[in-house]
Structures are given as C-alpha cells and as structure tokens.
Design a protein around this ligand. Structure first.
Ligand SMILES: Cc1ncc(COP(=O)(O)O)c(C=O)c1O
Length: 370
C-alpha cells in the first residue's frame, strides 16, 4: 500500500458535522449562503487568535492577495517584489492588476526570498514587497519589515502556507501591513472548498478589502458600489465548518511541527550524502509541506515510490521561467538559487494524522536511500 502525499480522508473525522451543516444552513429560513453570521464568527476567531484589528474572509488565498494589492493602490506602472520560487499566484496577483512582478532570488537552503536580493531590487516604482513563507520556513520577516520601512513601501505577507508559524513571538501573517491565509483543502487550516483570509492591523486597509471582496459595496449598504470590486465572498457552510475545526487547529499544527522536527533530526546525517533537510529548530517554522533538497531527486522519488511513499515536486520551474510570466523576466537576470531548488526540491508527506509508524517508515525509507 502506498502512503499518499496528501491524505485521502482529509475531513473524515468531521464528515457527519459537515453533512449536518449542509442540511442546517440549506434548510434555514433566512437562506443565507454567503457572508453571514458564520463568516463573521470565523473572522472574529482568526482576528482574535492572531491579535489583529481586522480579519476579512475571502473566496481564496489568490483573490485575497489581489484584494490587498488593489487596496494598497497597486496598478499599472507599479512593481511588486515577489520570490522567484513559489506558486503562480505570487506573480499572477500583481500581474492581473497591471503591475509588474519583480522576482527576487531565494536563499538556497530556506527557499524563501533572500532579503539581500529584495533590497537590491527596490526601485522608484516599487510599491509593495510580498514575501511568502515556504515549505517549512517562514520568510525573514524582520528583515523584510526593515527593508519595506526604510524604502517607504508596503509589506504584504503571503502566509498562505504559513498559518500556525511563529517568529520572534509574532504569528505568521501579522508581520506585514497585511497577511493572507489560504484554506484550500490541503492547507494547514484547509477545508473542503476554496477560501482564504486577510488579516491586518490597518483598519482602513481592512475596510477597503472588505468592500472590494463584495463588488465595492460597503457592509450594510447594498447596491451602492463605491469602487469596482470583485466577487471574493466566503461560503457560510464552509465558515461554520471552519469555526468547528478551529478548536483542533493548534493541535494539528503541533503534530505537523513534531513530525517536521523528527524528520529533520533523522535526516541531519544525510547532509553530506546529497539529501539536505530544512534548518532545524522551532522558531519561524511552518510545516504545510516538508521539502528536502536532493541532488539525485528523481532517483529519490523513484526509491520512495518503490517503498510505498508518495512524494511531490514543488516547484519544477522558477516563476520567471514560466511561459505566463516570461514577459516579466528581464533579459540577463538570473535566479540561480530558485533554479537549483526547482531541480532538487522533493516534498514528503507530513499531514497530522500520519501515525508514528508511518512517519518512521517514511524517515527510514529516505535514510536508506542516502
Ligand atoms: C504561497 C502561496 N500563495 C498563495 C496561494 C494561493 O492560495 P489559494 O489556492 O487559496 O488561492 C498559494 C496556494 O497554494 C500559495 O502556496
């Protein structure tokens, strides 16, 4: 039997509750399916748990990024600094607003944007720095904060994969002028549907995002469209489900961290044998995905598959080498660390309901390869 990379029974333990919520919300006389009391409750929970002034539930992590960038005034002629290694929305969100994503190379070990590279790329058109937490490691937010402040630009923290991480006592998502989480099914606080959340300490920014997510209307004032907005609203059934699941979030985050720590400990001796684990420690760690850097990645992937362990390649190409974003890759500029990560990164299962025996099997299998 193969251990899948993502679990096939994601919400099994809450399946009855989910079905009950579908019935209850579907049959409720008010027929409120979006942006109702459950969404408000979920927003309050997230807001209070990370201690920000505002939390705004959105239709996805991707649209959450776009809404914040729009609310920050990003548009044609502006530049947004993003990592060269990461998922498509990092580049797509600014590009869809007519702005230019400017790609910064990453640190070759942590795989998050290298502050020195970001600093070099700041220019007169830079409007926002948008670092992203990556697989196991949070971006260097103190450095990013300092760069943003000294350049007088805004900081948007893409915490789509970083929820639950803490750096210097501050929750992932709260270092930026705004932070974004994603709730797509396999994420740390995933749910059986699409959704995301913006958290911000800036009430004005929060109000702008709240209006933009619902066609530019302000809460309580229907059919008055102050700006051209989007449809990025949150589903009530999903919100009620997330309110319930929130109670177990800290425990699931802790389980992921323990598995991550165990892997890192087991893999430490492999560093000089061509398999590099993420840096050890708890500080600034987030374990949505656990990624190794393997010199012989395809061989390791094959070895794992033969021993019943599924694995994933995140990501096979740097963002500036994607056809969609090639126009934003200036001739002659190189991203060697991002390229090397794309050749070497291999992610192994880390979901919280892996048993200890399964975790050990995965670790043993990796260790036998190197
Ligand atoms: C770093 C990062 N940002 C943004 C997103 C987009 O989130 P969503 O899938 O909810 O749109 C993702 C999704 O994987 C991500 O990994």
């Amino acid at each position: 039997m193969t251990l899948p990379f993502f679990p096939p029974d994601l919400f099994e333990s809450d399946r009855e509750l989910l079905l009950d919520l579908v019935r209850r919300i579907a049959l409720a006389p008010e027929q409120k399916f979006i942006l109702g009391e459950h969404t408000a409750r979920l927003e309050a929970l997230l807001r209070d748990s990370v201690g920000t002034a505002e939390a705004i539930a959105c239709g996805s992590g991707t649209t959450a990024l776009m809404l914040v960038l729009r609310a920050m005034g990003v548009g044609p002629g502006d530049e947004v600094l993003v990592p060269a290694f990461g998922c498509a929305p990092l580049a797509a969100a600014p590009a869809l607003l007519g702005a230019t994503p400017v790609f910064a190379d990453v640190d070759p070990w942590t795989l998050v944007a290298d502050p020195a590279e970001v600093d070099k790329l700041i220019g007169p058109r830079t409007k926002v720095i948008m670092p992203a937490h990556m697989f196991s490691v949070m971006a260097d937010m103190p450095a990013m904060r300092q760069i943003a402040d000294s350049a007088g630009v805004r900081l948007l923290e893409d915490s789509a994969v970083g929820q639950g991480g803490v750096l210097a006592g501050r929750a992932a998502g709260t270092w930026g002028d705004a932070g974004v989480y994603s709730f797509v099914q396999v994420k740390v606080f995933g749910m059986p549907g699409e959704g995301g959340m913006v958290v911000t300490g800036d009430r004005e920014l929060g109000a702008a995002v709240r209006s933009l997510r619902n066609h530019g209307q302000r809460p309580g004032q229907r059919f008055v469209h102050h700006v051209i907005g989007y449809n990025s609203r949150f589903d009530e059934i999903m919100a009620a489900f997330q309110v319930h699941r929130f109670a177990g979030l800290a425990e699931r985050v802790e389980r992921r961290a323990r598995i991550g720590e165990y892997y890192t400990e087991r893999f430490a001796p492999l560093a000089d044998r061509g398999v590099l684990a993420p840096p050890p420690g708890r500080e600034g760690r987030c374990y949505y995905v656990y990624s190794l850097l393997a010199d012989r990645r395809e061989e390791l992937k094959g070895h794992l598959a033969r021993h019943g362990v599924d694995s994933h390649v995140y990501y096979p190409r740097p963002l500036p080498e994607q056809p969609a974003f090639a126009e934003f890759a200036p001739a002659g500029r190189r991203w060697p660390a991002a390229r090397s990560a794309c050749r070497r990164a291999l992610s192994i299962p880390i979901y919280p309901h892996l048993t200890d025996a399964q975790v050990e099997h995965i670790a043993d299998t990796v260790c036998r390869f190197a």
